[in-house]
Design a protein around this ligand. Structure first.
Ligand code: FAD
Ligand code: NAD
Length: 465
């Protein structure tokens, strides 16, 4: 059977659904394929549940510190089923809203897995015996956890999929991988009272971030009781009533092991190679600067394309492709622009948070100008801390010599909310002198960006030296 569409999309995650929504807005007839609920990893197994767990953990750690603010409070047990109801209560309305939008835009949702097929009539998607002919196909099938051959069973050896659906908390955990998932889950588990050992192969946590901020993060996690092991990995893993393993010569044991060592693109058995599209050794779909594969009319978006695996990058890819494909089909006048990966902001939502956009000081080169503004001088940051608690947070700005800001790097409580401003500074190639004249409200965390810009333009206010 042939169903003629302008666009068929495999995967209804951040990249796929964004592409579908924009393409439908532009008048394309769109078919969207997914055998799981629309919203993909981010909504159901990633960003949203992880941040809701982090929020619940923050409530617990705030109650635990309430005395220091003069508020009497007694910490009770953590009711994990109730916590899960809160998490599900965040996801459900978002899912309902998204499903409603997809229906309202007239998108044909096919709740099946599909594969790419190309015949003399051009590209299409096959589901069993059915063929959905389309003028263009977008592959947006996301990524899955790397497991390193460890015996993942969802009970003792977990991936993030399991960790975010636990019915009871372990007393202790080994977290393998000090990247974004490892750090976020180690942070929230610690706040929920789990004893965590965090094992990272590289010599620092979050290896893609400013090295100095990795060091601050490490010190903060250690001060909260996490046993951080760097330059290390696990050997001799044995699973029984708990998990035992070796880190170097030392033995470690815990109730569970979380494997958080990266996510591999889900591109196997999609018919891509048969259709003539190239895959890299890492399994990513090889694309050109317009996200087109080596096969005309077949494109890729989101985590299947090498680069940062982020929901908002998926949205950006999806929106770009909808407009690009509409343009190729004569439905959109302008040529869209694909944002550069380096201009895409990143946040690790641990406590403290790390947020960044653009180049690190090292990437910007030896002539780059760098300023570090400490959050200990920021009123809002001080208000958030209990008396006597050290504030190690800071803002790092990186500019080209005498020129534009090319990097914004933040560490501290809630600094993720500032990175939108950072993305504007870097995306608009603002200079510190441009920003210095813009007034920020007091007392806000945002003032720390103003202070750093003042310092970088030679007019420091609340800054020593
Ligand atoms: C624990 C965790 C926390 C995260 N937190 C954040 C965060 O805070 N911020 C952030 O920006 N990013 C976060 N991410 C990353 C983010 O979730 C991903 O970058 C994003 O979901 C990628 O979107 P995507 O559309 O490429 O893929 P996905 O969202 O993975 O969607 C792919 C979809 O394709 C479907 N599919 C697969 N094969 C087929 C097929 N053959 N046919 C049809 N459909 C198919 C799948 O069912 C899936 O629904 C997190 C990830 C995890 C795991
Ligand atoms: N807040 C967010 O935006 C957010 C949150 C969660 C996940 N994500 C996305 O999901 C993706 C996957 O996250 P992740 O944390 O699994 O991957 P990651 O690539 O961020 O980190 C994996 C870490 O594991 C380490 N590692 C690899 N092999 C190891 C081994 N054998 N022993 C010890 N350490 C080892 C790596 O050095 C790295 O630091 C990320 O790329 C991220 O973009 C984003």
């Amino acid at each position: 059977m042939t169903h003629p569409f302008d666009l068929a999309i495999l995967g209804a995650g951040s990249a796929g659904y964004a592409c579908a929504l924009r393409a439908a807005q532009l008048g394309l007839r769109v078919a969207l394929f997914d055998d799981t609920p629309v919203g993909g990893t981010c909504l159901h197994r990633g960003c949203i549940p992880a941040k809701a767990w982090l929020q619940a953990a923050k409530v617990r750690s705030t109650v635990a510190k309430a005395d220091a603010f003069g508020i009497g409070a007694t910490l009770g047990d953590t009711d994990v089923p109730a916590l899960r109801r809160y998490v599900d209560g965040v996801i459900k309305p978002l899912h309902k809203g998204l499903a409603g939008l997809i229906a309202a835009r007239g998108i044909t949702l096919v709740q099946e897995r599909g594969i790419v097929s190309v015949d003399d009539g051009g590209p299409g998607v096959e589901v069993g015996d059915a063929r959905y002919q389309a003028r263009a196909v977008v592959v947006a099938t996301g990524a899955r956890p790397v497991t390193l051959g460890l015996p993942v069973d969802g009970e003792r050896v977990l991936t993030s999929d399991h960790a975010l659906r636990l019915d009871a908390l372990p007393a202790s955990a080994i977290v393998l991988g000090g990247g974004v998932i490892g750090v976020e889950i180690a942070s929230l588990w610690t706040d929920l009272g789990v004893a965590v050992t965090l094992v990272e192969a590289m010599d620092r946590l979050l290896p893609g971030e400013e090295p100095a901020h990795s060091s601050i993060l490490k010190a903060e996690l250690i001060s909260r009781g996490i046993d951080v092991r760097l330059g290390a990995t696990l050997t001799d893993v044995e699973v029984g009533d708990g998990v035992t393993a070796k880190v170097g010569a030392a033995g470690v044991s815990a109730d569970v092991l979380l494997v958080a060592v990266g996510r591999r693109p889900a591109t196997e058995s999609l018919g891509l190679a048969e259709a003539g599209a190239s895959l890299s050794d890492s399994g990513h779909v090889v694309v050109d600067e317009n996200l087109q594969t080596s096969v005309r009319g077949v494109f890729a978006a989101g985590d299947v394309v090498a680069g940062p695996q982020l929901a908002h990058r998926g949205y950006a890819h999806g929106l770009f492709l909808a407009e690009r494909i509409a343009q190729l089909q004569g439905r959109h006048p302008g040529r869209p622009t694909l944002p550069r990966d380096r201009d895409i902001p990143r946040i690790t939502y641990s406590s403290p948070q790390l947020a960044s956009v653009g180049l690190t000081a090292e990437q910007a080169g030896p002539d780059a100008e760098v300023v570090d503004y400490p959050l200990s001088g920021n009123g809002r940051s001080r208000i958030q801390k209990a008396p006597g608690v050290r504030d190690s947070g800071r803002v790092r700005l990186v500019r080209e010599p005498g020129g534009a800001i090319v990097g914004v790097h933040l560490i501290g409580e809630e600094v993720g909310e500032l990175i939108g401003e950072g993305a504007l500074l870097v995306g608009w190639q603002a200079t510190p002198e441009d920003v210095a004249g813009i007034v920020h409200a007091h007392p806000t965390l945002g003032e720390s960006l103003a202070e750093a810009n003042w310092a970088l333009s030679g007019r420091p206010l609340h800054m020593h030296g």
